[in-house]
Ligand binder design. Sequence first.
Ligand code: NAD
Length: 358
Amino acid sequence: MFFGHRVQHHLTRGPVKGGLRFHPSVDLGEIAALAMWMNWKCALMDLPFGGGKGGINCDPRGMSHHELERLTRRFTMEMMPFIGPDVDVMAPDMGANEQVMAWITDTYSVHTGHLVPGIVTGKPLNLQGASGRTRATGQGVGFLASNALHQLGMSVDGSTAVIQGFGNVGSNAALTLHSYGVKITGVSDVNGAIWNEGGLDMEALMKHVGNTGTVVGFSGAEEMAPAGLLIQKCDILAPCALDSVINKSNAADLKCKVLAEGANGPTTPEADVILDDRGDVLIIPDVVCNAGGVTVSYFEWVQNMQRFLWSEREVITRLVTMLQKSFGQITAYAKHHKLSNRMAALALAISTVASAKQ
Ligand code: NAD
């Protein structure tokens, strides 16, 4: 027996939107927090959605393909009265992927009697997924991190980055930064961390991960203690795995100039205070940094509702325009009101939701 949750934070601005997570640490408190985060994220990006989140307490790595399919389909059946393209639209989060979204689409559509592509986003392309959705979150992280370097007057080409987590978000953030000329000096995953001062050969690393499923054992790098990776000297540090990894025990030791929060909640409130006091790390808060995924999810949902298809180029162009606008608003608000970027992002988001409620 597995426990699953779905939290809908509020529906005033439209259907709730948010991922479905498969992970052994899933509990109701975590899912409720993530639903609220999605709410602020959608408001900040001016998407017509409220926030939602779901999760099933399971370890997908220890389950067969068919076990995962049965779990997903049964969860969808249980959720049927609460979800719909105008009510609650899921997407993949940690441990889930486009295959899981395809199973949800199929289960929901069988029940309805016709294909309902707008029931989830992050679907495979041949089930009316959006071109570019899979890469969108990591691409957004990479784009905003390079934007932040520009704000600091630094050159992007030749700068360095360390990425924690090499799944969907982390690997695509690394590839995007690499394509801008950034040297990726260290990456990690659940199995360990690797380091190469001169920059990792991303093509060879992707091949290695494709063959072995982990960054560990890559011949073009040395292994490093995962905790040590976060405090290496670098221009961009992008935590793209778990929450609370930047905390009071390591915040004072970070040696990055930009902290690009690819994961949700990677920095604890205690660490935030330490980083605020230091004042030498430009934080791109999670609510905007990883908003690329939900923004392209919104594009996918719009296309599904209109039975219309956009090219990947259209998707990416619209995405970076929206991310840049939002990040610009946050930094301007922070400067004007002498606030941290995180406080500015939340203030902007909460006032948008509050005025809709009023
Ligand atoms: P994923 O399952 O594809 O990848 C997670 C990665 O983290 C894997 O490489 C895993 O090995 C690694 N990891 C797990 N535990 C670790 C540890 N202790 N140390 C180092 N690495 C570890 O998940 P994802 O979709 O890339 O999501 C990552 C984070 O980004 C989550 O916080 C998620 O909520 C957030 N996020 C994801 C999206 C999206 O579109 N996928 C959108 C917004 C936010």
